[in-house]
Design a protein around this ligand. Structure first.
Ligand code: NI
Length: 185
């Protein structure tokens, strides 16, 4: 089932998400719906706050980026209760977008190597190192669990330049090919 994507202005996008336990209700269905929602909106990652749930759950499939970024080949994960434990490597600056901010693309600087501890969908504990664009996707989605958005990383000048676009999102004036849910009035 396709779920509506919560847009910039929704308070849930600014909350620090909570860990979940293995008995979280309907978890397999939720994960399935999140993948479906992500694929039909042509995203490469989706965090639970983006569908209105303040929980630490991410789905990622970077394989559409595999031609441009080798790190993304076969990069498909479910991450429950993730924690980024180490960031290292040089920083890189690359343009990002977000399903919660349709029509906005801005360059964001992030570290290129990260270590992440998380549980997979069967609650097996994992620790992995991600590099390059894969590391970027994880950091972008992880930010959502910390109540952050990629526009928080851009300069005040850039933010001023996209202000009209942000205001349009707040007013629900968006043109995208997926279901959305604007801020409550
Ligand atoms: Ni996003």
């Amino acid at each position: 089932m396709n779920l509506p994507v919560y847009l910039y202005g929704q308070p849930v996008l600014r909350k620090i998400a909570e860990d979940i336990t293995v008995d979280y209700p309907e978890l397999p269905n939720l994960i399935k719906d999140m993948f479906e929602t992500m694929y039909s909106s042509e995203g490469v990652g989706l965090a639970a706050p983006q569908i209105g749930l303040p929980i630490r759950l991410l789905v990622i499939d970077g394989s559409p980026m595999g031609d441009d970024f080798a790190d993304c080949k076969d990069f498909k994960r479910v991450m429950i209760n993730p924690r980024i434990t180490v960031t290292e490597g040089d920083d890189a600056t690359i343009e990002e977008g977000c399903l919660s901010l349709p029509g906005i693309h801005e360059k964001v600087t992030r570290p290129t190597v990260i270590t992440v501890q998380y549980m997979d969908e069967e609650f097996n504990p994992k620790e992995e190192i991600f590099k390059g664009f894969a590391a970027r996707i994880v950091q972008h989605e992880y930010d959502h669990l910390e109540g952050k958005l990629f526009i928080d990383h851009i300069s005040p000048i850039r933010k001023q330049l996209i202000k009209a676009k942000l205001n349009n999102i707040l007013k629900g004036k968006v043109n995208c090919g997926y279901r959305t849910k604007m801020q409550p009035r």
